[in-house]
Design a protein around this ligand. Structure first.
Ligand code: PNS
Length: 181
């Protein structure tokens, strides 16, 4: 049964879920902003193989773990199935989501209300990234990279290296269809 944890007294754990395909600085900014509010932040990578991700779940977990190594209070895991069930399993009291712009709001609002209906004890906490990351999305990162654009400062160096291995930049006008947030 889900919902058995009351959240009182124990460590305050938040789940920061996402596809992270790939991770960008906007994601990291949200992680670092929410970290002081909780005892532990579980960064949860969705196993969404159906979406034909660029990086496998293992690769995404590995990049996150390397980038967050040395920063205490984070745990990187992957999950499938309902997010609230995962959050319940790890004893979380909150789900953290980033809100970049009004355009994110409708989808996020629907998810937050559905998650609340499924497991009322878990709160969704919305956080806004630094303004300079408010336009950055994984979908645009992939598109700009494919077209040879400069992503420095928007994507961690490790991710840029992995993108180079995975996606040799193409010439203008050859961008393949890309998906993901
Ligand atoms: O980075 P994304 O792709 O915007 O993250 C979306 C994510 C992982 C938060 C969402 O797809 C999700 O929670 N998936 C798990 C399945 C689930 O619980 N669906 C019901 C959500 S109300």
């Amino acid at each position: 049964m889900i919902g058995a944890v009351d959240g009182g007294g124990g460590p305050r754990i938040a789940v920061y879920p996402g596809s992270f395909d790939p991770l960008h600085e906007g994601h990291l900014d949200i992680m670092r902003r929410c970290r002081p509010l909780f005892d532990e932040v579980v960064v949860a990578v969705l196993q969404n193989e159906g979406k034909a991700p660029l990086f496998s779940v293992e690769e995404r977990v590995d990049m996150l773990a390397q980038i967050l190594a040395g920063e205490p209070g984070y745990r990187v895991e992957s999950f499938s199935g309902l997010l609230v069930e995962f959050a319940d399993r790890v004893g979380a009291c909150a789900i953290v989501r980033g809100l970049r712009a009004v355009s994110d709001f409708e989808y996020e609002f629907q998810m937050a209300l559905m998650n609340r209906r499924l497991l009322p004890r878990i709160e969704t906490v919305f956080m806004t990234p630094r303004e300079e990351y408010s336009f950055v999305s994984s979908r645009l990162v992939k598109e700009v990279f494919r077209l040879g654009g400069d992503l420095s400062g928007l994507v961690p160096e490790l991710v840029i290296r992995r993108l180079r291995e995975r996606l040799p930049p193409q010439g203008e006008g050859q961008a393949a269809a890309v998906t993901g947030r």
